[in-house]
Design a protein around this ligand. Structure first.
Ligand SMILES: C[S@@+](CC[C@H](N)C(=O)[O-])C[C@H]1O[C@@H](n2cnc3c(N)ncnc32)[C@H](O)[C@@H]1O
Length: 409
């Protein structure tokens, strides 16, 4: 071990048993933060925050199909277009919230990082905040951001937040913690001018729940993959995505306990994100129905936004364990914050809560579609030529499904 690494290892060991406690500002009643939404998509963040009591002041979204949904679902709110043309935030904004575009940050995307034209739009957030320092910010993105260019993208964001006078903390959370049978990990960044953002993001920690596999367990996977990975999810669907490796937004597949291989109905996909069924129906006025998959895949799970909204209403004391210094120039951990000019992380799960989660089969209410012959054939070819390992019985089930859909047509 060279001396630098040895010193660092020593440092980590020294820090590792530290416990930190933090206190929330004493506030009696839950507060409501008037919120401006940017990159609103179909309004997952705004809907969740409003369910937690935070009134929306306005929305901002450039995509025509998403705008059709927003106009339908939030008819009374001002709806702005391109964020670059938004001159200023509403004067009474206390919370600025947005899941900025992640195409340049996601594994499926182009990995250009913040230099990419789409994710570079975070600079518009900073432009608006430079002119008007709103007390709270809530940003959301994909966890791949923590790894990209050794965490450079996140480093740029938090350094900028610090230069604007914000304290920040972030945490990866999984939608399954909120009773949704969808494995969906997302980074939530909370920044505050005056208060400690850890009093929002860190008080809750329920620890992960391992699914109980029985003969009735369904498995989710991506039929569009099969070469290097599968997105395998036990009793859940893998992350619903706005894009896919085959170029069109595509649903995942589910291997049902009765042996069928199906794709969920779009209404169940909406529910898997915490929306009511047909939340995105208005998109069909302006685009082909399949476009709704993209909108739903891009959204923030409503229940996740509601949870963070409740935590923003009433920050609480927190206790963190096994606090360690973040090592620079490496991927970021799944939670972190800044204090005393240093960056820190602690032992914390991605499950702030552990709401009762119906099994995937219990959850689905709308008739799923059998995976098509073409999709099944393509998936099987990729899977059989790959070096992936599959759970027992899975590939035989896919072959049986192929037989059944081939004879059916
Ligand atoms: C990750 S999605 C956010 C989804 C949203 N939070 C939700 O729950 O549906 C990013 C959104 O930013 C939008 N967007 C991209 N460029 C934009 C721009 N220049 N101005 C406003 N919105 C933009 C995209 O159309 C997309 O809907």
């Amino acid at each position: 071990m060279d001396r630098g690494v040895a010193a660092e290892a020593e440092q980590l060991t020294l820090e590792v048993s530290r416990v930190e406690r933090g206190h929330a500002a004493a506030e009696q009643t839950p507060r409501q933060l008037p919120t401006m939404g940017l990159f609103s998509g179909v309004g997952g963040i705004e809907l969740g925050l409003s369910r937690a009591g935070h009134p929306s002041l306005g929305l901002c979204e450039v995509d025509g199909t998403a705008r059709a949904v927003l106009a339908h679902r939030f008819p009374d709110l001002p709806l702005h277009g391109d964020v670059a043309e938004l001159r200023a935030l509403p004067a009474d904004t206390e919370l600025l919230a947005g899941g900025f575009p992640c195409q340049d940050l996601s594994q499926a995307g182009r990995t250009a990082g913040l230099a990419g034209a789409k994710s570079g739009l975070i600079s518009e957030v900073f432009r608006l905040v430079e002119d008007q320092r709103v007390p709270w910010l809530l940003l959301e993105n994909v966890p791949f951001m923590l790894q990209l260019s050794k965490g450079r993208a996140l480093d740029v964001i938090v350094t900028k937040l610090e230069s604007l006078g914000y304290k920040w903390a972030y945490r990866v959370v999984d939608s399954r913690a909120f009773g949704l049978p969808q494995r969906r990990r997302r980074v939530l960044i909370v920044a505050s001018l005056e208060e400690e953002p850890r009093t929002v993001l860190f008080p809750d920690d329920a620890g992960p729940a391992t699914p109980n596999e029985t003969a009735d367990t369904a498995y989710g996977f991506y039929w569009t993959e099969g070469t290097r990975g599968l997105g395998w999810a036990v009793d859940a669907v893998p992350t619903l995505k706005g894009g896919s490796s085959v170029g069109v937004p595509s649903p995942p597949a589910i291997w049902m306990p009765d042996g069928r291989i199906v794709t969920p109905h779009i209404c169940d996909a909406e529910r898997l994100q915490g929306f009511k069924a047909n939340w995105t129906i208005a998109a069909e006025r302006v685009a082909a129905p399949r476009h709704r998959w993209k909108l739903v895949g891009n959204a923030v799970s409503v229940r996740v936004a509601k949870w963070v909204g409740k935590c923003l209403s009433k920050p609480r004391d927190f206790e963190t364990h096994e606090v360690r210094r973040v090592v620079e120039g490496k991927s970021w951990p799944t939670n972190a914050w800044s204090e005393g000019g240093e960056r820190w992380t602690a032992e914390m799960s991605e499950w702030p809560k552990r709401f009762r989660r119906p099994s995937l089969t219990e959850f689905l209410r709308h008739e799923p579609k059998p995976l098509s012959e073409r999709a099944t054939r393509g998936f099987l070819r990729r899977a059989e030529n790959s070096s992936l390992r599959f759970v027992e019985g899975f590939l035989p089930a896919v072959r049986r499904h192929l037989d059944s859909v081939s004879t059916a047509t």
